[in-house]
Design a protein around this ligand. Sequence first.
Ligand code: TA6
Length: 291
Amino acid sequence: FKGSNGFEKIILTEARGVCAEVYLYGAHVTSWRNEYGEELLFVSNKAVFRPPKAIRGGIPICFPQFSNQGILEAHGFARNRFWKVDDHPEPARPPPDKACIDLLLKPSEDEMRIWPHSFEYRLRITLTPGGNLILTSRIRNVDSKPFSFTFAYHTYFSVSDISEVRVEGLETLDYLDNMKNKERFTEQGDAITFEGEVDKIYLSTPSKIAILDHERKRTYVIRKDGLPDAVVWNPWDKKAKAMADFGDDEYKHMLCVEAAAIEKPITLKPGEEWRGKQELSAVPSSYCSGQ
Ligand code: TA6
């Protein structure tokens, strides 16, 4: 399916209108809609669909490097490359009652020059009949030497009003504050709320994190496996104005909560495979402060 901007995208549809869209560019999920047709992911109105720029929103794949320090482009090259549909998925596809696509990325000569490791990255995107969106990454070292990488599903959730959003599951955890030179702090004891720019890498987080959107009475739940850390990011007004592919006011309607492996890079010996999985669901919730 050719997207309007010339990029090929695949549309996964499930019963009752549940739907997801993924571009071969970056294996980038840009839409996840529930049975009411409501869009659950945020994509900026000013997003650029032109390599080598990453699409601003949806679920960017950060691999083989999370962060903008280091020899690679910010958050690594996986989100800025064209992936292929994997015609020989292994393990075999799940039962036909689940919409599913398998995408594959292998390094090109370009990548090998800047990151001299050969790998096979297989991403399976599954949409369940209940509307849950599952991303399963399997990264295999097909090289003769070990390599290490960091990783994140950089998920942008659509929220009605960031000042009415809470995040539960990260209380009392340690985090590295990207706004204070990655210094280590400990989070306070109750749900996280938002009054300004936040850019924190929470460490050793639970497998389940909840994002409560007050106005829409909706809770997003992230269930993750193989991803011990979680990044929480909102650029707020100043940073929003500084991003050309992001509307000045759009920070009010998005929150990034990113299942990640950052603090302890993952090392794969030759032949070894790593798996990182996140399952997203959106459930109606009655949200009251102090809940
Ligand atoms: O995930 C948070 C973060 O690392 C922020 O520091 C900010 O840079 C954000 O990612 C966006 O990065 P990008 O390269 O997509 O503009």
